[in-house]
Design a protein. Structure first.
Lengths: 276, 283
């Protein structure tokens, strides 16, 4: 890993102090048992199959062609889209335009401080976002050009990737980039028999660890009008039938977000008309 | 080499008729050639040739200190190197994106403790652990890299020998590890859960496995399905394109069943390989 000379970095072996507090003396199993009670109600009062409330706004960044801000529970994300520009350092002509995605956690967004440079998780998320958005954008409309999408996570309270994809979709739409459909995304966390829709940060981290044999996280993004899944990503250890069932749950949940994004985009269009 | 429209139509019709351009059916693999223990400086290595795809994997082991949040676990890292010998596209930084995608996919497939138990790699809680570096070198690219790489990685891990530790001396913050003198006494990794990846390509109305370079260009979308011990450990899409939920489920089902057959035949083959063979690649 190249060293960042422009900024003052903390010592590499620094450890977040939370590891030493009493909270952390509980084993992950004990922590997990507190997440869901017998009636399938979670710590924050949601039912296991309930999505967090979403607040969305477009046109938050003046310099960008299109932008969106999303709050999904405590998760806060800004996405911005810039005008198509010629692809730098490219010699051959390509028929389809390209999408460049940059996903970044702000240094203060997670319990552990993130570095300014993209780490491997952020690179992975960028490439997932790129694949999800490429399927939604009419890339043949701007050959040899590139659209830049930048996403910054201000507060990561779980399901950051899917919130980022939804926000980026709204930002693309408000930027007037030709698209096939509105894109929405949703996350599911599974541990044993418990299936948690839209997990928060704690639920997400606990589902990544193998407390029970079956565990995992699934993220899908959906183009709702055409019933198409533009990207599907799963990690963990899950049997085939559980994954198949989860696709249906997530598909439904993604469809429920669509009216919200539509309203948000319509509002930005109306605001643009009244200005002129 | 990009294909022209007529060539693409030819491939498409072949898939439709369940007779692909190289004579295979939709669920058939190309012939494979597998060798283990090919690199003498590595702790374990394997080389896989899947028709025109050639992959060399070597495992190196070092002593490291574990992550503070996971004091009981060892470390595992994947590095993919796209040599410009493989295809001219990899020249310069051309293969970087593919390399990152491959190593990310491997890392997420091996992330669960069900896939590979990293606790076995711990030497002393919170202080010392083994770190496995899995280096993957692509020697030739002829389509279906994900499958080839996952098989080669699994075989290399199967072949890996971890040195036995005789004694540990702790003196304050100083830790002295004494490794067993006998070079033949080592432990093997339990790789029964190591995932195998199968790429399912959608061409026209049908799904196929093990696409060659020409078929990869014709596909509208592909899903990589990683299967370990009868469970899906990672699923991700490669390339662009979208799926209907029903198609996606079919792809998963096909990938799952193919992966289980592949697993059985791989374990059988690995069992047949005799130690200290003196013929083969790099010998």
């Amino acid at each position: 890993m190249p060293i960042d000379h422009k900024r003052i970095n903390p010592p590499e072996d620094a450890v977040p102090y939370k590891l030493f507090t009493k909270l952390n003396t509980k084993s992950s199993q004990e922590q997990y048992q507190q997440i869901l009670d017998k009636n399938q109600i979670r710590k924050d009062g949601r039912h296991a199959s309930e999505h967090r409330k979403i607040y969305m706004k477009t046109g938050v960044i003046a310099h960008a062609k299109g932008s969106a801000y999303i709050e999904q529970g405590q998760t806060k994300i800004v996405a911005s889209v810039f005008d198509p520009r010629e692809i730098p350092n490219r010699l051959d002509y390509c028929l389809k335009g390209e999408v460049y995605c940059d996903f970044k956690f702000a240094p203060f967004s997670c319990p552990k401080r993130r570095l300014h440079q993209q780490d491997s998780q952020e690179k992975e998320y960028s490439s997932i976002m790129k694949k999800a958005l490429e399927a939604a954008i009419c890339r043949h409309e701007f050959p040899n050009f590139q659209v830049d999408v930048y996403v910054l996570v201000l507060h990561n309270a779980g399901s950051a990737l899917s919130a980022a994809i939804t926000a980026a979709g709204a930002a693309l739409a408000s930027a007037g980039i030709p698209m096939f459909d509105i894109i929405t995304s949703s996350t599911l966390a599974i541990q044993g028999k418990d299936v948690l829709l839209d997990p928060d940060f704690e639920e997400e981290t606990l589902s990544e660890i193998a407390i029970e044999k079956e565990h995992g996280i699934i993220v899908i993004s959906v183009l709702a009008t055409h019933d198409q899944i533009s990207h599907f990503h799963q990690v963990g250890n899950l049997p085939l039938n559980v994954v198949s069932d989860s696709i249906d749950i997530l598909h439904k949940s993604c469809k429920e977000i669509v009216p919200l994004v539509q309203k948000c985009v319509i509002r930005s269009v109306l605001a643009g008309i009244s200005e002129t | 080499m990009p294909l022209c429209d007529a060539e693409k139509t030819f491939v498409l019709h072949g898939v439709d008729a369940n007779m692909r351009i190289d004579g295979r059916e939709r669920e058939d693999y190309r012939p494979m050639e597998l060798e283990t223990d090919v690199v003498s400086h590595a702790f374990g290595s394997a080389r896989l040739r899947l028709a025109n795809t050639d992959v060399l994997v070597a495992v190196k082991i070092e002593v490291d200190s574990p992550f503070p949040e996971k004091p009981f676990e060892g470390k595992l890292e994947f590095f993919v190197d796209c040599s410009a010998n493989a295809t001219p596209d990899f020249e310069g930084r051309g293969g970087e994106n593919l390399a990152v995608e491959l190593s990310n996919c491997l890392a997420s497939a091996y992330r669960s403790n069900e896939a590979l138990d990293l606790k076995k790699l711990c030497i002393m809680k919170g202080r010392k652990c083994w770190k496995l570096y899995v280096d993957i070198l692509l020697l030739e690219v002829g389509g279906n890299l994900f499958d080839a790489v996952s098989i080669a990685v699994k075989s290399a891990l199967y072949n890996t020998q971890i040195p036995k530790i005789k004694s540990i001396h702790v003196d304050g913050s100083q830790i002295d590890i004494q490794v067993c003198d006998d070079i033949f006494s080592c432990t093997r990794l339990d790789i029964s859960g190591a995932p195998l990846m199968v790429t399912v390509c959608k061409i026209g109305e049908h799904c196929i496995v093990d696409p060659n370079a020409a078929e990869e260009q014709c596909s509208v979308g592909a899903v990589v399905v990683a299967v370990s011990r009868g469970c899906l450990s990672t699923v991700l899409q490669t390339g662009t394109g979208s799926f209907h939920p029903k198609t996606l489920k079919e792809c998963l089902k096909l990938g799952f069943s193919v992966a289980q057959n592949l697993e059985d035949s791989l374990m059988e083959t690995l069992g047949e390989i005799k130690p200290n063979q003196d013929v083969g690649f790099l010998k």
